[in-house]
Design a protein around this ligand. Structure first.
Ligand code: NDP
Length: 251
């Protein structure tokens, strides 16, 4: 039980990738999951790269089973896998809306349920849920993204009340604009999620330009990795770790 063990989802890019490297540098054993497993850096001693699709129950079970078999325990789970499905609320297909919730919300829920029995037995654990400043504030075209992050935060807070008695904490990190593929994907989605001759075209143009400017002011993914680490290791954590708007504002 001496070696600290962290599981990080969405570790093939952006903040998850930077967090995997940071925890490894600090001597943790890192179990890093993503669909593009080949993008996860391999480090035989410190980073174990595992294929993971958080929308798939079998994949989630295999991920946690592998970790517990190899490491025997788990200190921290970082639910980071996520993306933003941007576009007019009226026009995004139900399939895309469901996938947004499967990835950003249900994936985190299922993985957490799978690690909690072990964390309770250890009488220690930390669940770090990567929400967004968008879990509190919102803008047009982000209805389903914001809804997933708001849901994640409420769920995380309730979970914290329930599991604190077992020495486990559940906290959220709320990044603002951060350099990754997120901004590009959101911009692309806002256009691809539009019906031909959409009544929302002017709004999409306006919001896309705003989002573009917002992302130009973004911080580095490695900055957020530091916040993930703080959220995972602080003794008396706040339930929220806000790091937004390039101001490095943190509560
Ligand atoms: P990136 O797009 O750079 O990385 C997202 C990661 O999530 C990738 O490693 C991707 O891996 C993984 N992922 C996506 N879907 C799945 C899936 N079904 N199963 C497993 N892994 C998956 O994003 P960021 O680093 O920017 O985002 C990380 C988190 O931070 C997200 O939850 C995002 O919502 C949040 N966030 C981001 C902000 C930003 O400005 N960048 C702002 C606020 C919050 P792969 O495709 O290989 O599976």
């Amino acid at each position: 039980m001496n070696e600290k063990v962290v599981a990080i989802t969405g570790a093939s890019n952006g903040m998850g990738l930077e967090a995997a490297k940071l925890f490894a540098n600090k001597g943790w054993k890192v179990f890093a999951g993503a669909r593009r497993v080949e993008k996860i850096p391999r480090d035989a001693d410190r980073i174990v790269a595992l294929h993971l699709d958080v929308t798939n129950t079998d994949s989630n079970h295999a991920f946690v089973t592998h970790i517990l078999k190899e490491a025997g325990h788990i200190d921290v789970l970082i639910n980071n896998a996520g993306y933003g499905e941007y576009g007019p609320a009226e026009e995004i297909s139900m399939t895309k809306i469901r996938n947004q919730f499967e990835t950003n919300f249900f994936g985190a829920v299922e993985l957490t349920q799978l690690v909690l029995p072990t964390m309770r037995a250890q009488n220690y654990g930390r669940i770090v849920n990567i929400s967004s400043i968008g879990g509190d504030v919102y803008m047009p075209l982000g209805a389903y993204y914001h809804a997933t992050k708001a849901a994640l935060q409420q769920w995380s807070d309730v979970l914290d009340l329930e599991v604190a008695q077992f020495g486990i904490r559940s906290v959220c990190v709320q990044p603002g604009g951060t350099q990754s593929s997120w901004g590009t994907i959101a911009l692309k989605n806002s256009h691809s999620n539009m019906r031909e001759n959409s009544a929302y075209q002017p709004l999409v143009d306006t919001v896309s330009a705003g989002l573009d400017r917002f992302m130009q002011r973004s911080v580095k993914a490695s900055d957020l990795a530091e916040v993930f680490y703080k959220a995972a290791t602080e003794l008396k954590p706040s339930l929220r770790y806000l790091h937004a708007f390039g101001d490095k504002f943190m509560v």
